[in-house]
Each structure stands twice: as structure tokens, then as C-alpha cells.
Ligand binder design. Structure first.
Ligand code: ASE
Length: 323
């Protein structure tokens, strides 16, 4: 009879449980330069000598070296004076900085960046929930500033409007309420559109429609006005240029693009909100907050003319460019 005790479940369990300890021991020995030192030294070194050369504690280094021996990243030789350590072939080949096959930089990327991200693995797997929370968070501000940015320019001549990255539709709702002849299409990623339809925009709102796609990869339909609210601040200049040029191509002659962003002062001395948000873009996205001149240059380079900047006095300002 085959019993579950025949299978070494606990061993498998503990092996999985300890996986990250193994990774971190290898990363740490690499980062401290243990393998580089042992490659360069004439012969095997004692833990005291390694600790001294690398500026670490002796007790910590001793344990790290022994753990590396356990992992076959080092070999130890017992002499009358004590333990002496040397690299294994694997360490010499892959864990030293100077080897032609060195994996040092990859390991450091894992140790410093990937390792930290995995602290949030649970949240990432729950990310639908997180995305919905983010959508509520981003949408809430339009009940305070939406009217001001939509009213900053007379948008009544623009009847077909696309809100690119329009997300939960808060700004689109402000738009149709101020401009009764206009329709707004929210262009966003399929998973965002799905949530916007289910939870945010009431189906009886006939003047708001949806378009599922990735505006960097997929076609952008022809329209009178494209709204880019808090989109360009997510991206570096080259991506902004790519998007604006694509919008310029799709735009009807006489149409335009409306940027809605938190504007920095020309000398970047403020406002504090824009400076704080710019730091946040460094952490969360690929972009930054910009000055009116920086946005105007991007618009002009994409072919837009008659660029006008309107400060609203609230958190978000408006910039209009015409084709
Ligand atoms: C984005 C906007 C935000 C991307 C990530 C974001 C906001 C927070 N995280 O386009 C809203 C603006 N607030 C801050 C702190 O930047």
C-alpha cells in the first residue's frame, strides 16, 4: 500500500519555504564582493581575512561563507589555523564581476529590484481589485476640477470628442453636461473599459460611448477633439511625441487636442503639488510633470498650432492645440 508517508512532503515543503533564503545568500555574497575577492586572492582565505578586506563583521561573514559552502558556491578547507575558503567553478564562472560569463548584474537586479517587488506579489495577484480602487481614486478629482478644465476653452465647436485614457469617465461626464451637442468616446484598455461600463458610467448615458484599445498600438479614429487628461505626464518625451503625432494624423482639420495636466511653473519652483506629483511619476510611471513651455513644444513638434494655455487655479490646468 502506498502511504502518503512514502512521499517526502515535508522535504518539498521546506525546500519551497526556504527558496528565498537561498537566493538572498547568493545575492548578498555577490554584492559584498566575496567571489571577486576570492578570485583575485592568491590562495584560499580565512573568514577573518575576508571580513577585514570587505569591511564586514566577522561573525556575520563566517555564517555567510559557511552557508555558501552548503550551497556549493564555495569550498572550505580545514587547516590547523582554521577554515579557508575558495570559489567553486560555478562561482568563478558566473558570480564574479570580471568573468566573461558573469551574471553579476542580473543577480544584483534581482536582489535590489525584483526582490522588493515580490514583497507585493499578493497585491499584484489581487490587482483587479487594486485597479478598481485606482479608478475610483483617479475619478474622484473630476468632481472638484473637471468643470474648470472643460470650461477653460469653448469646446462647443467640437462635437465628436475622444477622451484617450478616459478611464472611469468622470471627465467625459463633465464634458457632455457642459456641451449638450457633443458626444464623448472613452478610449481605454479593454479591462478598464469593462470596469468603467460595469461600475462607473450609467448605460442610459447615451452620449458616452466606449472604444477598447491601446492607443499606442491600435488605430485612433477620426474626431474633432482628443482629450488627454493626465496621460502625457505618465510618459517620457519620445512616447508623448509618438502619441501626439498619431493623434495629429487622425484629427479632423480644424480639430484639436486638449491636454489636462498639473502644470509646473516655468522655472520649476512650484507649485508644490506639481513637484510632488512629478516625484510620484518617477516612482509609479515613466513620465514627469511639465511646464507650459514643455507641453507647448511637444504639441508644436507634433504639428499642432494656436497653442493656448489656461491655468484654472485648481489642481489641473488646460492646454489646447489646433490642427
Ligand atoms: C497617473 C496618475 C496618478 C498615474 C499614477 C498616479 C495619480 C496617482 N498615481 O497618471 C494621481 C495624481 N497624483 C499623484 C500623487 O501623482
Amino acid at each position: 500500500m502506498s502511504s502518503t508517508e512514502d512521499l517526502d512532503y515535508p522535504q518539498i515543503l521546506f525546500q519551497y519555504n526556504n527558496g528565498f533564503l537561498v537566493s538572498k545568500i547568493m545575492f548578498t555574497a555577490c554584492e559584498l564582493g566575496v567571489f571577486d575577492l576570492l578570485l583575485e586572492s592568491e590562495g584560499p582565505l580565512s573568514s577573518d581575512a575576508i571580513a577585514e578586506r570587505l569591511g564586514t563583521s566577522v561573525s556575520g561573514m563566517e555564517r555567510l561563507l559557511d552557508a555558501c559552502v552548503g550551497l556549493k558556491l564555495l569550498e572550505v578547507e580545514m587547516k590547523s589555523e582554521g577554515a579557508f575558503y575558495r570559489n567553486t567553478e560555478l562561482s568563478n564562472l558566473y558570480l564574479t564581476k570580471s568573468s566573461p560569463k558573469s551574471q553579476y548584474h542580473n543577480l544584483m537586479y534581482y536582489s535590489k529590484t525584483v526582490y522588493l517587488c515580490w514583497q507585493y506579489l499578493t497585491d499584484a495577484v489581487r490587482s483587479e481589485e487594486e485597479m478598481i480602487t485606482f479608478m475610483y481614486g483617479l475619478n474622484a478629482i473630476w468632481s472638484i476640477c473637471g468643470r474648470d478644465v472643460i470650461a477653460a476653452f469653448d469646446l462647443s465647436p467640437f462635437t465628436i470628442i475622444y477622451d484617450l485614457g478616459g478611464c472611469a469617465g468622470g471627465l467625459a461626464q463633465e464634458c457632455i453636461s457642459l456641451y449638450p451637442k457633443s458626444t464623448v468616446t472613452i478610449y481605454d484598455l479593454p479591462k478598464v473599459v469593462q470596469v468603467a461600463k460595469e461600475r462607473f458610467v450609467p448605460p442610459e448615458e447615451r452620449r458616452i460611448t466606449f472604444h477598447e484599445g491601446d492607443f499606442f498600438k491600435d488605430p485612433i479614429p477620426e474626431a474633432d477633439l482628443y482629450i488627454l487628461a493626465r496621460i502625457l505626464h505618465d510618459w517620457a518625451d519620445d512616447k508623448c511625441m509618438q502619441l501626439l503625432a498619431k493623434i495629429h494624423k487622425a484629427c479632423k482639420p480644424g480639430g484639436g487636442v486638449l491636454l489636462v495636466e498639473t502644470l509646473l511653473n516655468e522655472d520649476k519652483t512650484g507649485p508644490l503639488e506639481a513637484q510632488l506629483y512629478s516625484m510620484n511619476m518617477l516612482v509609479q510611471a515613466e513620465g514627469k510633470e511639465r511646464t507650459p513651455t514643455e507641453y507647448s513644444k511637444l504639441l508644436a513638434a507634433a504639428g499642432f498650432r494656436e497653442i493656448q494655455v489656461k491655468k484654472t487655479g485648481k489642481l489641473y490646468d488646460a492646454i489646447l492645440g489646433r490642427k
